[in-house]
Design a protein around this ligand. Structure first.
Ligand SMILES: NC(=O)C1=CN([C@@H]2O[C@H](COP(=O)(O)OP(=O)(O)OC[C@H]3O[C@@H](n4cnc5c(N)ncnc54)[C@H](O)[C@@H]3O)[C@@H](O)[C@H]2O)C=CC1
Ligand SMILES: O=C(O)C(=O)COP(=O)(O)O
Length: 604
């Protein structure tokens, strides 16, 4: 519907009278930051028999992005075109926690610790953390997810830089470059002390055969080394294509002359090179680490160096950065160190700055980043196709939960997707997330989005099961209908309980507009806009008129009305869409119409 959008205003033309709440709600899906504070509608003009409205939504001013570590200029320029950018380097943890409450996005490298406290201090304003690099071990991902904050990184732009640094360290270590340089500068000429070892024909074990590891392997092969790799998750064909054999952890340790580390720091890889691992290595092995300091037990490697098991080590990363000034490891004569320089080339820094800035700006606009670390990565074209179903999903969730009256609480929800698409051709994660949003937001103060939906459901003990119904027909439409059922609850509108005992609502998208098509066992057809009155009555002439005139008396505009019945003159359910919320008096009058057996007002 949107025809133009600038940073602060979004104009939308519509052939139907617009529903501001549904516009605002779809905006808040599109963009969690788009806080609509003003809506105006231009005088309707006639387009044939239909009216066209023009809406201007005024939204909050530019978002603020806090950058806490040096970021390439191209990235900063990109950010400045969209947001206020606050570059504050070397903040203490306390200063970061204070500043963060005024920021919508935060961009960091490896030095800033984005802890749980940072997310808690943001007061819900922080919507995206961008990591201008690969490793996200300095970001508390669980806390980010729990706070509904998207985390994006820049996974590709520094790969080559890190690989080149690994190779530089390998060669520099083998030929004692750093030590010899210091010696010459100290006025000495120690040619026999700095005799090195050759690389050609030696075995290099690449531990972690991902992006950096494979680039290191390629280059090491060019140096004439025999390269093996250990990575439990790496595809064998990638290794084969580079001519690298994938081996077990123990084989990698016991057969290599050089071991280069390229895995992420995770609970499983923390101190993976420990006393036990060093004991399995060939005497005289050489270690390179451009991954993360924490993958090596630093006390154990000092022992292994002292014992001569490890002849040399070349380290770019440390458990604590910068390492303590008196670190035995750093000062060990057989150790070469650099201050976390793996990604520090001009080219890589420009690259990561652009990569992360694009992801952060996209996220602030409400797009899902392809580099999201803690949210489903859904391609833009899939998202745009699913957009009306996203609105439908949230509204079905909202309707279903408002129908609950009691029982054991909302614990068990079944979602059914009917589609002619093959299951692997239909990504329902976004739909599920929006159903969860609809189910949870009306009954709590929690803000649910794509990032925290599954977490929030789990935390509240809400079990969502999903089922697909494979339909015949054209797979052009991603979904034919969506059904939400809540089990083990009572309903304030008994007719919403299906034959099998659950609250059941079903809906579909018609001409881009979400419709409610089933309540319990009753077929209805009402567009999901404004508020909805569900009313069960004995099917008889004049009912629509009676209810309509009660609403009309109060100037409540009925947008849609539909009646579903079991059989003529038996029970029927009337679904009435209303633009304005009827007063308590009007609702009371509806309840007093003799044939009306029960009714409920639901807010969408
Ligand atoms: N020193 C520096 O400035 C830089 C450091 N890095 C670090 O390098 C590491 C690798 O980065 P990328 O290659 O881009 O990441 P990646 O995700 O492409 O590769 C990591 C690989 O490690 C593997 N892995 C996970 N657990 C493992 C285990 N227990 N044993 C063996 N392999 C395991 C994964 O399967 C994956 O193939 C990361 O820790 C990253 O933070 C990356 C860039 C610059
Ligand atoms: O990308 C990574 O994982 C890195 O370690 C690079 O760190 P940096 O951005 O240079 O602080």
């Amino acid at each position: 519907m949107a025809t133009a959008a600038s940073s602060n205003f979004l104009s939308a033309s519509s052939l139907k009278k617009p529903s501001y709440s549904s516009l605002a709600s779809s905006l808040s899906w599109r963009n969690p930051l788009s806080n609509v504070f003003s809506v105006s509608v231009a005088t309707p003009r006639r387009l044939g028999q239909r009216r066209a409205y023009f809406v201007v939504l005024a939204m909050d001013a530019k978002p603020t992005v806090l950058v806490t570590e040096k970021l390439g200029q191209a990235g900063l320029d990109l950010l400045k075109g969209f947001a206020n950018v606050d570059c504050s380097y070397n903040l203490s943890q306390e200063e970061l926690c204070t500043k963060i409450s005024l920021c919508d996005a935060l961009i960091v490298r490896s030095a800033t610790k984005v802890t749980r406290e940072v997310f808690e201090s943001s007061g819900g304003r922080l919507k995206v953390v961008g990591r201008a690099g690969v490793g996200i071990d300095n970001v508390d991902l669980s806390a980010a997810t729990e706070h509904g904050c998207l985390v994006v990184n820049a996974p590709t732009a520094n790969t080559v830089a890190a690989a080149e640094h690994g190779i530089s360290l390998l060669a520099a270590m083998a030929r004692n470059i750093a030590q010899a340089d210091a010696s010459v500068k100290a006025g000495k000429w120690e040619r026999s002390k700095y005799v090195g070892v050759s690389l050609v024909g030696k075995t290099l074990a690449v531990m972690g055969f991902g992006k950096v590891g494979s680039e290191v392997a390629r280059r090491a092969k060019g140096l004439g080394m025999h390269v093996i790799a250990h990575d439990p998750y790496a595809p064998a064909d990638r290794a084969r294509a580079i001519g690298v054999e994938l081996v077990s952890f123990d084989e990698a340790l016991s057969t290599s002359d050089f071991i280069s580390l390229h895995m992420p720091l995770t609970p499983a890889t923390s101190k993976i090179l420990n006393d036990e691992a060093f004991a399995k290595m060939k005497k005289g092995v050489r270690i390179i680490n451009v991954a993360r300091g924490g993958v090596i037990d630093e006390e154990a490697i000092v022992r292994a160096l002292d014992a001569g098991i490890v002849a040399q080590a070349a380290l770019d990363v440390f458990t604590v950065e910068p390492p303590p000034k008196d670190s035995r490891l750093v000062h060990h004569e057989n150790v070469t160190v650099t201050p976390h320089l793996g990604a520090s080339t001009t080219e890589a820094q420009e690259g990561v700055a652009i990569e992360v800035a694009e992801a952060v700006v996209g996220a602030l606009k409400g797009e899902l980043a392809a580099t999201a670390v803690n949210a489903p990565m859904v391609p833009a074209e899939v998202l745009s196709e699913l957009a009306p179903f996203v609105v439908l999903a949230e509204k079905l969730g909202r309707l279903a939960v408002q129908l609950v009256a009691g029982g054991s609480g909302v614990k068990s929800v079944k979602v059914t997707y009917a589609s002619a698409r093959a299951p692997d051709d239909l990504d329902t994660r976004v739909i599920r997330a929006m159903i969860i949003k609809g189910l949870i937001e009306p009954i709590s103060s929690v803000f649910v989005n794509l990032v925290n939906a599954d977490f929030t459901a789990k935390q509240r003990g809400l079990r969502i099961t999903e089922e697909r119904i494979l339909l015949d027909g054209s797979p052009e439409n991603p979904l034919e209908f969506v059904q939400v059922q809540i089990a083990n609850v009572e309903s304030k509108f008994a007719s919403a309980i299906s034959e099998s005992g659950e609250i059941k609502v079903e809906g579909k998208v018609k001409d881009g507009i979400p419709h409610l098509t089933k309540v319990g066992s009753f077929e209805v057809d009402v567009s999901l806009e404004g508020s909805l009155i569900l009313c069960r009555q004995v099917d008889q002439p004049g009912m629509i008129g009676k209810v309509g005139s009660v609403l009309g008396e109060e100037n409540v505009n009925v947008s849609f009305m539909s009646v579903g019945r079991i059989a003529p003159r038996k029970q029927a359910v009337m679904a009435i869409g209303v633009d304005e919320e009827p007063s308590k008096e009007s609702l009371k009058k509806i309840g007093e119409i003799p044939a009306v057996e029960e009714f409920v007002l639901l807010k969408l």
